[in-house]
Unconditional design. Structure first.
Length: 247
């Protein structure tokens, strides 16, 4: 049977039989993959720890009839332990890999793979507040999937901004003429923070007030839940207010 290699991020695993696992992965070149890792639940397994969620690995697989089979796995990024040791990192990472798992196959591009790897690396290092890393990841992942929120011009009519109303169903920031009756106004710092998160301007993101950070997180969660099929259940476990870096 044909074999192939690729770099992958492990999104989730499921038990199969007494010793095997089905591993769902986002790969660099082959989109989303589901493959059987045989014997990885045995204590003698050589590569079971390399196929846990949040791990980045170079894998060799061969094509099976229904599911491919993992033959080898070499670690490229062991982020799982550092992420799991902190609740805020752990819940944010779960939301990130769940969002990645919601991508349609056509959207699972090399750029999506690199974005997820970068986000997990930042979480493991504690470079920034975990919720801010998650928020930035969600905005960029949505943009790569063709759902970039309108943050400058009105998302509905294109009127130049800045605007002070965010409506997820309409695509982002909208002018007052397009805003539905009763739509909540967005503070100027929160509006700016959304743009900083999208652009990765981390000096500004890290300096934002807790209130603006929490407000931006709520808007991003609403936008992601609106566009991704079935939503992101893990978001319910993520703290609304970002913590300081390194926690």
């Amino acid at each position: 049977m044909p074999t192939y290699r690729d770099e992958v991020v492990v999104l989730r695993t499921h038990k199969l039989g007494e010793a095997d696992r089905i591993v769902t992965m986002l790969s660099r070149r082959h989109g989303k993959l589901r493959a059987v890792a045989k014997g990885v639940r045995r204590t003698s397994s050589r590569f079971g720890a390399r196929l846990e969620p949040f791990m980045v690995a170079d894998v060799q697989l061969y094509e099976g009839r229904s599911l491919d089979i993992v033959q080898q796995a070499e670690s490229l990024g062991s982020y799982g332990a550092d992420i799991a040791a902190h609740y805020d990192r752990y819940t944010s990472a779960h939301a990130m890999v769940e969002a990645a798992d919601r991508l349609n196959e056509a959207e699972a591009t090399p750029q999506q793979y690199l974005l997820l790897v970068g986000g997990l690396r930042a979480l493991a290092r504690g470079d920034h507040a975990s919720r801010s890393v998650l928020d930035s990841y969600l905005l960029r992942a949505m943009a790569l999937s063709g759902w970039a929120p309108g943050l400058g011009e009105c998302a509905r009519c294109g009127r130049p901004g800045p605007h002070d109303t965010f409506v997820a169903q309409l695509g982002g920031m909208v002018c007052r003429d397009c805003a539905p009756t009763g739509a909540a106004r967005v503070h100027a710092e929160t509006s700016a923070l959304l743009q900083w998160l999208m652009a990765g301007e981390w000096d500004r993101v890290d300096a934002a007030s807790p209130a603006s950070s929490a407000a931006a997180s709520g808007l991003i969660a609403a936008y992601a839940q609106w566009h991704l099929e079935r939503g992101i259940r893990s978001l319910s476990h993520v703290s609304a207010a970002p913590e300081g870096p390194g926690r």
